[in-house]
Structures are given as C-alpha cells and as structure tokens.
Design a protein around this ligand. Structure first.
Ligand SMILES: Nc1ncnc2c1ncn2[C@@H]1O[C@H](COP(=O)(O)OP(=O)(O)O)[C@@H](O)[C@H]1O
Ligand SMILES: [Mg+2]
Length: 226
C-alpha cells in the first residue's frame, strides 16, 4: 500500500468526487492531480462552487473520493481502517474552517485543547497556552467563542488546528468572514507559521493578494487543476 514519493508529503492522484442531487450525479472533482512538498505553502484559488472545499475535505481525510488516491507520506489514507484514518486526522492534519467551528460552551483554551486530549498528548495545557499567547490571545483564554470577535475566534481555530503539531495545515477560506484588518493579521500569522515552523500549508482563498504571498498557486476550474 506504500508508494515511494521522495519529499512529497501529500499527493492526490486522479481524484474524482461526485455528489448525487435528486436523480442526477454532479461531478465536482474530475481527475485532480496534486503534489505537495514538505514545507510548502500552496494557495488554492478558484471561483465559488469550483470544488475547493470538496478537494480540501478529500485531502484532509474527511471525505472519501469516488475514485483516485490520496497519499500522506506515501500512505494511501483511504486504504486505512476508519479508526486509523481518524488517528491520521487527529495527529497529522490540522483544519481551519471558514466559520471557525468552535464549540460554543467551551473556553478558547478548552477548544484548543480538545484535539490534544483526544490524541492523549503530553503537556497539552502548556502547549495550548503557548500557542494562544503566540497568536495574541493570551488575555482571551477563558473567554467563550461568543465573547470573542471573529478575528479572535479564527485565531483560536488556528491554534486548535496546530495543537497536535500536524504535518499539514489545511485552511478553507479562513478569512472569508473577517474584516480586512483581521484577515490580513490571520494571513500574516499563517505565512509566519509556514516560514518559522516549516509547516506545510494549503490555504484556500478568494483574495488574489493573499494568493500572491505563496510561491505556488493552484487554480481549480471545472473540476480540474489548471
Ligand atoms: N455534500 C454535498 N452534497 C451535494 N453537493 C455538494 C456537497 N458539497 C458540495 N456540493 C456541491 O459541490 C460544488 C462545489 O462545492 P465546494 O467544494 O463547496 O466549492 P467551493 O469551495 O469551491 O466554493 C457546489 O456546486 C456544491 O453545491
Ligand atoms: Mg468552499
């Protein structure tokens, strides 16, 4: 099940994904090929409805493709058992969502801690506090999402995605609901994380200016990489 691919941390091969709507099959991804190198920051660009979120979910082990393979460090992730795939999702992949997806009844610190508790990581509290401090949320740790601004909530989302030190960070239009200033702040943090921690990142964005910050922009159109 292993396949040799030197420094490619993530590889998609001929990925197809379709959804059934009523009695029609709508093909969204029509043979996507993508190779991501360790430490790369890639921006994923394309019109609304192009399939960017669908692709990110497939790459992140959230949604199984109808055909094709996704390899993480040479391992075919959808060839794994559900249990092993959920371990990969917890340990190797960090996800940042457009609508934050924080748990409303938990504090910022607790939200960040959850993946570490699931993964039984040591020193989780210390690491969560360090991350929150790094992201400028040192004075917001005991606040619940409802008591935080959008920009702050998304930085909590970013800290949660990073808590288990994943190999890959996937961010799906993380600035989609933020004002210009907070959007810029978040993107600066993402770029800095890529530079200082050599974190591999795939960032979906609508913003050409943000896309220009990465060395490689991948454009999705009509279900294919163009
Ligand atoms: N679970 C689903 N069921 C049916 N159709 C879906 C589902 N998820 C996405 N789609 C459709 O797939 C297309 C691509 O969606 P999406 O990947 O969210 O695009 P993007 O993120 O590029 O805006 C859209 O037409 C959307 O309606
Ligand atoms: Mg989307």
């Amino acid at each position: 099940m292993r396949c040799v691919m030197n420094e490619k941390v993530l590889v998609a091969k001929e990925v197809h994904k379709a959804f059934i709507l009523g009695d029609t099959v709508v093909e969204i991804l029509k043979g996507i090929n993508l190779e991501v190198e360790k430490g790369e920051l890639i921006t994923l660009f394309g019109p609304s409805g192009a399939g960017k979120s669908t692709l990110l979910n497939v790459l992140g082990g959230i949604s199984k493709p109808n055909a094709g393979k996704v390899y993480l460090n040479g391992r075919d992730i959808y060839g794994l058992s559900d249990k092993n795939l959920s371990v990969i999702r917890n340990q190797n992949i960090g996800f940042v969502f457009q609508f934050y997806n924080l748990l409303p009844d938990f504090t910022a610190l607790e939200n960040v801690l959850l993946p570490a508790l699931i993964g039984r990581k040591e020193n989780a509290v210390l690491r969560a506090k360090e991350l929150l401090n790094e992201l400028g949320l040192g004075s917001r740790m005991t606040h619940r999402p409802g008591e935080l601004s959008g920009g702050e909530q998304q930085r909590v989302g970013l800290a949660r995605a990073l808590i288990n030190n994943p190999e890959i960070l996937l961010a799906d239009e993380p600035t989609g609901n933020l004002d210009t200033e907070n959007a810029k702040l978040l993107i600066d943090l993402i770029v800095r994380i890529n530079e200082t921690k050599k974190q591999t990142i795939i960032l979906v964005t609508h913003n050409r200016e943000f896309a220009a910050l990465s060395k490689r922009t991948v454009e999705i159109k009509d279900g294919k990489v163009i």
